[in-house]
Design a protein around this ligand. Structure first.
Ligand SMILES: *[C@@H]1O[C@H](CO)[C@@H](O)[C@H](O)[C@H]1NC(C)=O
Length: 342
Protein backbone atom coordinates (compact mmCIF):
# COMPACT_ATOMS: atom_id res chain seq x y z
CA UNK A 1 0.00 0.00 0.00
CA UNK A 2 1.46 3.34 -0.88
CA UNK A 3 1.87 6.31 1.39
CA UNK A 4 -1.01 8.27 -0.09
CA UNK A 5 -3.53 5.54 0.48
CA UNK A 6 -2.35 5.10 4.02
CA UNK A 7 -2.65 8.83 4.56
CA UNK A 8 -6.17 8.81 3.23
CA UNK A 9 -7.27 5.99 5.48
CA UNK A 10 -5.80 7.66 8.55
CA UNK A 11 -7.48 10.88 7.48
CA UNK A 12 -10.85 9.24 7.03
CA UNK A 13 -10.54 7.64 10.45
CA UNK A 14 -9.71 10.98 12.01
CA UNK A 15 -12.51 12.55 10.07
CA UNK A 16 -15.08 10.17 11.43
CA UNK A 17 -13.83 10.81 14.96
CA UNK A 18 -13.71 14.56 14.70
CA UNK A 19 -16.68 15.26 12.50
CA UNK A 20 -18.82 15.79 15.58
CA UNK A 21 -16.63 18.62 16.83
CA UNK A 22 -18.13 22.01 16.19
CA UNK A 23 -15.86 24.89 15.43
CA UNK A 24 -16.38 28.56 16.15
CA UNK A 25 -17.06 31.03 13.37
CA UNK A 26 -14.04 31.85 11.28
CA UNK A 27 -12.52 35.32 11.57
CA UNK A 28 -12.19 37.57 8.55
CA UNK A 29 -9.27 36.37 6.45
CA UNK A 30 -6.88 39.17 5.72
CA UNK A 31 -5.85 37.90 2.31
CA UNK A 32 -2.31 39.21 2.13
CA UNK A 33 -0.84 38.20 -1.18
CA UNK A 34 2.73 39.04 -0.40
CA UNK A 35 5.23 36.25 0.07
CA UNK A 36 3.16 34.47 2.63
CA UNK A 37 1.69 31.43 0.99
CA UNK A 38 2.17 28.10 2.69
CA UNK A 39 4.09 25.81 0.32
CA UNK A 40 2.21 22.79 1.66
CA UNK A 41 -1.44 23.00 0.52
CA UNK A 42 -2.41 22.13 4.07
CA UNK A 43 -5.02 19.57 3.20
CA UNK A 44 -5.58 16.02 2.07
CA UNK A 45 -7.87 15.53 -0.91
CA UNK A 46 -10.93 13.37 -0.21
CA UNK A 47 -13.16 11.60 -2.70
CA UNK A 48 -15.39 14.01 -4.63
CA UNK A 49 -19.06 14.22 -3.70
CA UNK A 50 -20.87 11.48 -5.58
CA UNK A 51 -23.16 12.83 -8.28
CA UNK A 52 -21.89 16.38 -8.54
CA UNK A 53 -18.18 15.50 -8.56
CA UNK A 54 -17.40 18.44 -6.30
CA UNK A 55 -13.92 17.87 -4.92
CA UNK A 56 -13.40 17.92 -1.19
CA UNK A 57 -10.45 18.40 1.08
CA UNK A 58 -9.70 17.72 4.69
CA UNK A 59 -7.67 20.54 6.23
CA UNK A 60 -4.54 19.56 8.15
CA UNK A 61 -3.15 22.95 9.13
CA UNK A 62 -3.38 24.14 12.70
CA UNK A 63 -5.90 26.91 13.21
CA UNK A 64 -9.57 27.57 12.75
CA UNK A 65 -9.74 25.29 9.75
CA UNK A 66 -8.03 22.33 11.36
CA UNK A 67 -9.87 19.06 10.69
CA UNK A 68 -12.58 20.75 8.68
CA UNK A 69 -13.71 19.45 5.34
CA UNK A 70 -14.08 22.00 2.54
CA UNK A 71 -16.16 21.28 -0.53
CA UNK A 72 -15.66 22.96 -3.90
CA UNK A 73 -18.58 25.12 -5.08
CA UNK A 74 -20.83 23.68 -7.79
CA UNK A 75 -19.66 26.42 -10.24
CA UNK A 76 -16.11 25.09 -10.03
CA UNK A 77 -16.22 21.48 -8.84
CA UNK A 78 -12.58 20.72 -9.68
CA UNK A 79 -9.29 22.14 -8.49
CA UNK A 80 -7.70 21.56 -11.89
CA UNK A 81 -10.42 21.54 -14.53
CA UNK A 82 -9.08 19.56 -17.46
CA UNK A 83 -11.61 19.25 -20.25
CA UNK A 84 -12.52 22.87 -20.41
CA UNK A 85 -9.74 25.13 -19.33
CA UNK A 86 -12.06 28.06 -19.76
CA UNK A 87 -13.55 27.13 -16.41
CA UNK A 88 -12.50 28.52 -13.10
CA UNK A 89 -10.62 26.20 -10.81
CA UNK A 90 -11.57 25.49 -7.22
CA UNK A 91 -9.18 27.03 -4.74
CA UNK A 92 -9.08 25.41 -1.34
CA UNK A 93 -7.78 27.65 1.40
CA UNK A 94 -7.25 25.97 4.76
CA UNK A 95 -5.77 29.11 6.33
CA UNK A 96 -7.83 31.36 8.59
CA UNK A 97 -10.03 32.04 5.54
CA UNK A 98 -11.12 28.41 5.64
CA UNK A 99 -13.00 28.40 2.36
CA UNK A 100 -13.20 26.87 -1.09
CA UNK A 101 -13.66 29.49 -3.81
CA UNK A 102 -13.59 29.71 -7.61
CA UNK A 103 -10.59 31.37 -9.22
CA UNK A 104 -9.33 31.90 -12.72
CA UNK A 105 -6.06 30.13 -13.17
CA UNK A 106 -4.68 32.78 -15.50
CA UNK A 107 -2.42 35.77 -14.83
CA UNK A 108 -4.17 38.88 -13.58
CA UNK A 109 -2.25 41.84 -14.97
CA UNK A 110 -3.59 44.12 -12.23
CA UNK A 111 -2.81 41.71 -9.39
CA UNK A 112 0.21 41.58 -7.09
CA UNK A 113 3.35 40.37 -8.81
CA UNK A 114 2.10 41.01 -12.36
CA UNK A 115 4.37 41.59 -15.33
CA UNK A 116 2.45 42.41 -18.52
CA UNK A 117 2.24 44.77 -21.52
CA UNK A 118 5.21 46.99 -22.48
CA UNK A 119 6.55 46.00 -19.41
CA UNK A 120 4.23 47.06 -16.67
CA UNK A 121 4.67 45.63 -13.19
CA UNK A 122 2.56 45.51 -10.10
CA UNK A 123 4.90 45.14 -7.14
CA UNK A 124 4.56 43.08 -3.99
CA UNK A 125 3.52 46.38 -2.39
CA UNK A 126 0.65 46.72 -4.88
CA UNK A 127 2.20 49.73 -6.62
CA UNK A 128 2.14 49.74 -10.44
CA UNK A 129 5.12 50.91 -12.46
CA UNK A 130 6.66 50.73 -15.91
CA UNK A 131 10.22 49.73 -16.65
CA UNK A 132 11.89 50.76 -19.88
CA UNK A 133 14.88 48.56 -20.61
CA UNK A 134 15.75 48.12 -24.27
CA UNK A 135 15.06 45.54 -26.93
CA UNK A 136 17.24 42.42 -26.98
CA UNK A 137 18.43 42.92 -23.41
CA UNK A 138 18.06 40.88 -20.23
CA UNK A 139 17.15 42.05 -16.75
CA UNK A 140 16.98 40.50 -13.29
CA UNK A 141 13.34 40.53 -12.27
CA UNK A 142 14.07 38.72 -9.01
CA UNK A 143 17.41 37.91 -7.40
CA UNK A 144 17.49 36.24 -4.02
CA UNK A 145 19.54 33.66 -2.09
CA UNK A 146 17.83 30.69 -3.70
CA UNK A 147 15.92 32.13 -6.64
CA UNK A 148 16.83 34.21 -9.65
CA UNK A 149 14.58 35.22 -12.54
CA UNK A 150 15.71 37.00 -15.68
CA UNK A 151 13.48 38.42 -18.37
CA UNK A 152 14.51 38.77 -22.00
CA UNK A 153 12.99 41.80 -23.69
CA UNK A 154 12.07 42.11 -27.33
CA UNK A 155 10.89 45.34 -28.85
CA UNK A 156 10.80 47.95 -31.49
CA UNK A 157 11.65 51.61 -31.93
CA UNK A 158 9.28 53.64 -34.03
CA UNK A 159 10.85 56.36 -36.12
CA UNK A 160 11.59 59.53 -34.24
CA UNK A 161 11.29 58.00 -30.78
CA UNK A 162 14.11 58.14 -28.29
CA UNK A 163 13.57 54.73 -26.76
CA UNK A 164 12.33 51.25 -27.54
CA UNK A 165 8.96 49.82 -26.75
CA UNK A 166 9.68 46.48 -25.09
CA UNK A 167 7.90 43.28 -24.07
CA UNK A 168 8.99 40.20 -22.14
CA UNK A 169 9.58 37.31 -24.52
CA UNK A 170 11.25 34.82 -22.19
CA UNK A 171 11.71 34.17 -18.48
CA UNK A 172 14.60 32.16 -17.09
CA UNK A 173 13.86 30.87 -13.60
CA UNK A 174 16.93 29.63 -11.72
CA UNK A 175 16.85 27.78 -8.41
CA UNK A 176 19.08 25.13 -6.78
CA UNK A 177 21.11 23.79 -9.72
CA UNK A 178 18.23 24.05 -12.20
CA UNK A 179 16.97 26.41 -14.86
CA UNK A 180 13.40 26.49 -16.11
CA UNK A 181 12.66 28.63 -19.14
CA UNK A 182 9.18 29.75 -20.14
CA UNK A 183 8.87 31.84 -23.25
CA UNK A 184 7.08 32.80 -26.42
CA UNK A 185 8.27 31.73 -29.86
CA UNK A 186 8.70 34.29 -32.62
CA UNK A 187 5.44 34.41 -34.53
CA UNK A 188 4.97 36.39 -37.72
CA UNK A 189 1.17 36.14 -37.81
CA UNK A 190 -0.67 35.20 -34.66
CA UNK A 191 -3.00 32.20 -34.70
CA UNK A 192 -4.96 31.25 -31.57
CA UNK A 193 -4.90 27.62 -32.65
CA UNK A 194 -1.11 27.40 -32.64
CA UNK A 195 0.88 26.99 -29.45
CA UNK A 196 3.53 29.70 -29.22
CA UNK A 197 4.77 28.62 -25.82
CA UNK A 198 8.23 27.21 -25.14
CA UNK A 199 9.23 25.42 -21.95
CA UNK A 200 12.78 24.28 -21.31
CA UNK A 201 14.17 22.37 -18.36
CA UNK A 202 17.94 22.57 -17.89
CA UNK A 203 18.39 23.49 -21.53
CA UNK A 204 16.17 20.77 -23.01
CA UNK A 205 12.86 21.66 -24.60
CA UNK A 206 10.02 19.82 -22.90
CA UNK A 207 6.65 19.03 -24.35
CA UNK A 208 3.71 19.98 -22.14
CA UNK A 209 0.89 17.64 -23.23
CA UNK A 210 -2.35 19.24 -24.37
CA UNK A 211 -4.59 16.38 -23.26
CA UNK A 212 -4.85 13.96 -20.37
CA UNK A 213 -3.41 15.65 -17.31
CA UNK A 214 -2.06 18.36 -19.63
CA UNK A 215 0.97 18.77 -17.47
CA UNK A 216 4.68 18.10 -17.33
CA UNK A 217 6.44 17.57 -14.05
CA UNK A 218 9.74 16.56 -12.56
CA UNK A 219 10.95 15.88 -9.05
CA UNK A 220 14.42 17.13 -8.23
CA UNK A 221 16.36 16.20 -5.11
CA UNK A 222 15.02 19.35 -3.46
CA UNK A 223 11.50 19.91 -4.79
CA UNK A 224 8.80 19.25 -7.33
CA UNK A 225 8.34 21.26 -10.50
CA UNK A 226 5.01 21.21 -12.34
CA UNK A 227 4.03 22.95 -15.58
CA UNK A 228 0.29 22.55 -16.21
CA UNK A 229 -1.79 24.00 -18.97
CA UNK A 230 -4.51 26.37 -17.79
CA UNK A 231 -6.05 26.76 -21.24
CA UNK A 232 -6.04 24.63 -24.36
CA UNK A 233 -2.93 26.42 -25.66
CA UNK A 234 -0.61 29.27 -24.73
CA UNK A 235 -1.28 29.35 -20.98
CA UNK A 236 0.41 27.50 -18.16
CA UNK A 237 0.79 27.56 -14.43
CA UNK A 238 4.29 26.75 -13.23
CA UNK A 239 4.76 25.63 -9.64
CA UNK A 240 8.14 25.08 -8.01
CA UNK A 241 7.45 23.78 -4.53
CA UNK A 242 8.49 26.13 -1.74
CA UNK A 243 9.86 28.62 -4.26
CA UNK A 244 7.24 30.15 -6.52
CA UNK A 245 4.20 29.85 -8.72
CA UNK A 246 3.69 31.73 -11.95
CA UNK A 247 0.74 31.98 -14.24
CA UNK A 248 1.84 32.72 -17.78
CA UNK A 249 -0.04 33.49 -20.96
CA UNK A 250 1.46 34.04 -24.41
CA UNK A 251 -0.22 36.88 -26.28
CA UNK A 252 0.47 38.88 -29.47
CA UNK A 253 0.31 42.60 -30.01
CA UNK A 254 -3.01 43.02 -31.77
CA UNK A 255 -3.57 45.38 -34.66
CA UNK A 256 -5.69 47.66 -32.54
CA UNK A 257 -3.10 47.84 -29.79
CA UNK A 258 -0.47 48.60 -32.41
CA UNK A 259 -2.54 51.52 -33.71
CA UNK A 260 -3.59 52.92 -30.33
CA UNK A 261 -0.02 52.99 -29.01
CA UNK A 262 1.51 53.78 -32.39
CA UNK A 263 4.07 51.00 -31.95
CA UNK A 264 4.57 50.89 -35.76
CA UNK A 265 5.25 47.16 -35.65
CA UNK A 266 6.59 45.50 -38.78
CA UNK A 267 3.89 43.55 -40.66
CA UNK A 268 5.70 40.23 -40.30
CA UNK A 269 6.07 40.09 -36.51
CA UNK A 270 3.24 39.65 -34.00
CA UNK A 271 5.64 40.31 -31.10
CA UNK A 272 4.35 37.32 -29.16
CA UNK A 273 5.18 37.99 -25.52
CA UNK A 274 4.28 36.97 -21.99
CA UNK A 275 1.72 38.11 -19.50
CA UNK A 276 2.82 36.79 -16.13
CA UNK A 277 1.75 36.87 -12.53
CA UNK A 278 4.19 35.69 -9.88
CA UNK A 279 3.56 34.39 -6.41
CA UNK A 280 6.56 33.76 -4.17
CA UNK A 281 6.74 31.30 -1.30
CA UNK A 282 10.10 31.92 0.36
CA UNK A 283 11.69 35.27 -0.46
CA UNK A 284 14.29 36.61 1.93
CA UNK A 285 13.98 40.11 3.36
CA UNK A 286 16.88 41.25 1.18
CA UNK A 287 15.42 40.06 -2.11
CA UNK A 288 16.51 42.13 -5.12
CA UNK A 289 15.49 42.58 -8.74
CA UNK A 290 13.14 44.99 -10.50
CA UNK A 291 10.12 43.17 -9.10
CA UNK A 292 11.85 41.37 -6.23
CA UNK A 293 12.82 44.45 -4.29
CA UNK A 294 9.19 45.54 -4.05
CA UNK A 295 8.72 42.50 -1.77
CA UNK A 296 11.27 43.71 0.78
CA UNK A 297 9.61 44.37 4.13
CA UNK A 298 9.18 48.11 4.56
CA UNK A 299 9.91 48.83 0.89
CA UNK A 300 8.80 52.31 -0.15
CA UNK A 301 8.25 52.68 -3.89
CA UNK A 302 10.17 55.60 -5.40
CA UNK A 303 7.78 55.92 -8.33
CA UNK A 304 5.50 58.93 -8.75
CA UNK A 305 1.93 58.15 -7.81
CA UNK A 306 -1.08 59.39 -9.65
CA UNK A 307 0.61 59.71 -13.03
CA UNK A 308 -0.51 57.46 -15.88
CA UNK A 309 2.93 55.95 -16.49
CA UNK A 310 5.08 55.91 -13.36
CA UNK A 311 8.57 54.82 -14.38
CA UNK A 312 10.94 52.69 -12.35
CA UNK A 313 14.61 53.15 -13.17
CA UNK A 314 17.40 50.73 -12.32
CA UNK A 315 18.52 49.56 -15.77
CA UNK A 316 22.16 49.87 -14.65
CA UNK A 317 21.62 47.85 -11.48
CA UNK A 318 19.68 44.95 -12.93
CA UNK A 319 20.88 44.34 -16.47
CA UNK A 320 22.52 40.92 -16.90
CA UNK A 321 24.91 39.93 -19.71
CA UNK A 322 22.59 37.18 -20.93
CA UNK A 323 19.31 35.41 -20.25
CA UNK A 324 20.96 32.77 -18.08
CA UNK A 325 23.44 34.95 -16.25
CA UNK A 326 22.74 35.90 -12.65
CA UNK A 327 25.34 38.64 -12.68
CA UNK A 328 24.35 42.25 -12.15
CA UNK A 329 25.26 45.04 -9.74
CA UNK A 330 22.49 44.20 -7.30
CA UNK A 331 22.16 40.47 -7.97
CA UNK A 332 22.31 38.12 -4.97
CA UNK A 333 21.80 34.65 -6.38
CA UNK A 334 24.58 32.11 -6.37
CA UNK A 335 24.36 28.54 -7.52
CA UNK A 336 25.04 25.97 -4.80
CA UNK A 337 28.84 25.65 -4.87
CA UNK A 338 29.01 21.83 -4.97
CA UNK A 339 27.70 21.90 -8.51
CA UNK A 340 29.02 25.21 -9.76
CA UNK A 341 30.88 23.40 -12.51
CA UNK A 342 28.00 21.16 -13.58
C1 LIG B 1 13.99 29.48 2.09
O1 LIG B 1 15.01 30.42 1.82
C2 LIG B 1 16.18 30.33 2.62
C3 LIG B 1 17.14 31.39 2.17
O2 LIG B 1 16.56 32.64 2.08
C4 LIG B 1 16.82 28.96 2.51
O3 LIG B 1 17.90 28.86 3.41
C5 LIG B 1 15.78 27.89 2.80
O4 LIG B 1 16.35 26.63 2.57
C6 LIG B 1 14.56 28.08 1.91
N1 LIG B 1 13.54 27.09 2.23
C7 LIG B 1 13.15 26.18 1.34
C8 LIG B 1 12.14 25.23 1.86
O5 LIG B 1 13.55 26.12 0.19
Amino acid sequence: MDKRNLCLIVTLLLLSIFSQVTIADQPEGKGKEVNAVAPDPGYVALDPLPGTGQERAFCTVQGVCYYRTLTCPTECPQRKPKQNKKQKGCYIDCSSKCEATCKWRLPRCDGYGALCYDPRFVGGDGVMFYFHGAKETDFAIVSDDNLHINAHLIGTRPQGRKRDYTWVQTLSVMFDTHTLVVGATEVSHWDDKVDALIVQWNGETVNVPTDGDAEWSVNTAERSVVVERTDDLNSVRVTVSEVLQLDVKVVPIGEKENKVHNYQLPADDAFAHLETQFKFFNLSKDVEGILGKTYQPGYVSPVKRGVPMPIMGGEDKYQTPSLHSAICKKCRFQRPSSVASA
